[in-house]
Design a protein around this ligand. Structure first.
Ligand code: ATP
Length: 473
């Protein structure tokens, strides 16, 4: 394994041998085990502030590491390496060289499996500076999006990312931004808000003539809404806790990974889901709890308690293509010139569903169809769901549920244990149809829709979000 090394640094009071290996930055001091800062955790490096005065002044090399603590939180640590050289000029050249070395290795676009490069290769191939557009919803959740972003903006700067920022001024502003986004100018769109803001961005991309390229544009998600189900699902899949620090870590150190998107259509409208479709109990809680928005994530708890005072059922028909072992390998989305994603499983609207589809008809107490694992930070609705499995996972409770049934479900949601309740079915499907009376409330990714006949088909891996592969425990 070839390495790039240097021994002209000091860590604290000790001489330190610094080397860039394929795994990370190794800092070895006498009589102690070497420290290794994994490239996966290193944001970048910079020349720090002068540490002396006049002729003795020299800037240290500062390596910015976003370490994972034992509790799983990401915390910024600056590793300061000072000069061991007598000549400050030489030291400064060495610092500048190491800033470039660290930036090269820490760049998430680098192929981590490629052979370790030589120093010449590193110096000749400095990574292009990335530019991220950050979209902040000041009205999301309890209104703290700007503060949340400010806490972690430095991670972008330390990773040598150029930042442009837009604070949304009105509903649908995010949709307009996505519809007109310059896909070449930016490397990533970081969404600072809730699932509603993500929904708008997705609809904006899908309105474009070049929708197939736009929907593949990498999205970073920083949770600042009241539900934040997508952010939580991404973090869960990456083995990170869902904090602003971890989410910004995934945006800046991650690579684009595929995320399923589903067409949702009725006779007059088509839109695109990345989170969920709910009807009945949960849809009404989501919709009616809007008025408790100032509670942040707690608005769902308050809404649920209010709803449980008068349990009821909802009549409708749910038909679905049941997933079998045969569709373990659902085809992935392929870009095409068609004006919209092609539908290969759904029957035309208004025609009977195919005979091999299954149907649940009659009163239901719960209908919660999920594209991803979490509906919110503390609601693990579809434990088997993966970001790009090609399926929706539908939680259904048939018939009239008692308060006890609801209590069992609600208490199990956080850990996904509700699926073990006898009243609950968990259905996996690539396409389904839901028919309800027109006046019923449906929530599509948290947005209100009327009842009627709606169809859903999943496009496997059609969008992309910034994330990392979870490391084994
Ligand atoms: N400046 C603004 N003023 C008012 N509303 C806005 C503004 N900017 C965006 N919005 C709207 O705020 C809505 C909610 O946004 P967001 O999803 O970020 O928060 P949330 O609804 O609290 O979170 P969640 O979707 O997770 O429940 C979006 O539908 C968007 O249209």
């Amino acid at each position: 394994m070839s390495v790039i090394s240097c021994s002209a640094f000091r860590l604290g009071r000790q001489d330190a041998a610094v080397s860039a290996t394929s795994v990370g930055l190794k800092v070895a001091v006498d009589k102690k085990p070497a420290l290794v800062y994994r490239w996966a955790d290193v944001l970048g490096a910079s020349a720090g502030l002068d540490e002396g005065i006049g002729a003795t002044s020299s800037m240290p090399l500062v390596v910015h590491v976003l370490e994972k603590t034992k509790g799983g939180k990401r915390k910024l640590r600056d590793v300061v390496l000072t000069s061991a050289a007598a000549d400050n000029g030489i030291h400064q050249m060495e610092v500048d060289k190491w800033v470039r070395i660290v930036q090269y290795f820490a760049d998430p676009r680098r192929d981590a499996n490629a052979p370790c490069p030589t120093l010449d290769e590193v110096m000749q191939h400095s990574p292009r500076q990335r530019t991220f557009l950050v979209l902040i919803n000041p009205a999301g959740g309890s209104g703290k999006a700007e503060k949340i972003y400010d806490k972690v903006e430095s991670f972008l700067v330390l990773a040598n990312v150029r930042v442009e920022k837009i604070v949304t001024e009105r509903p649908h502003h995010a949709l307009d931004v996505a519809e007109h986004l310059d896909l070449v100018k930016y490397d990533c769109l970081v969404i600072v808000g809730g699932d509603g803001l993500v929904y708008e961005v997705v609809q904006g991309f899908m309105k474009r003539l070049d929708w197939a390229a736009a929907i593949q544009f990498p999205l970073g998600i920083l949770p600042a809404g009241s539900g934040n189900g997508l952010a939580k699902s991404i973090c869960e899949a990456a083995g990170e806790i869902s904090s602003p620090e971890s989410c910004m870590y995934l945006s800046v150190k991650g690579r684009p990974v595929p995320l399923d998107v589903a067409t949702l259509r009725n006779a007059s409208t088509t839109c695109y889901l990345v989170l969920s479709l709910t009807w009945g109990f949960m849809a009404e809680i989501d919709y009616e709890s809007e008025k408790y928005r100032f509670f942040g994530g707690q608005r769902f708890v308050v809404g649920t308690l209010v709803k449980l005072l008068a349990p009821k059922t909802w009549n409708g028909t749910f038909s679905y293509l049941e997933s079998t072992a045969d569709d373990a390998d659902v085809p992935r989305f392929q870009a095409s010139d068609s004006p919209a994603p092609e539908l290969s499983v759904l029957p035309p609207l208004g025609t009977p569903v195919p005979p091999k589809w299954k149907t649940i008809e009659g009163p239901m107490s719960m209908f919660w169809a999920m594209n991803v694992s979490h509906a919110s930070t503390d609601a693990h609705i579809a434990p088997p769901a993966r970001l790009d499995d090609g399926f929706f996972h539908v939680v259904v409770m048939e018939g009239k549920a008692s308060r006890g049934d609801y209590a069992g479900v609600m208490l199990g949601l956080e850990k996904g244990q509700h699926v073990d309740q006898p009243a609950v079915q968990l259905i996996k499907t690539r396409a389904f149809q839901l028919q309800t009376p027109d006046e019923h409330v449906l929530m599509a990714d948290g947005e209100r829709c009327d009842g009627g006949t709606w169809q859903v088909e999943v496009h496997r891996g059609m969008a992309r979000v910034m994330s990392v592969m979870a490391s084994p425990p």
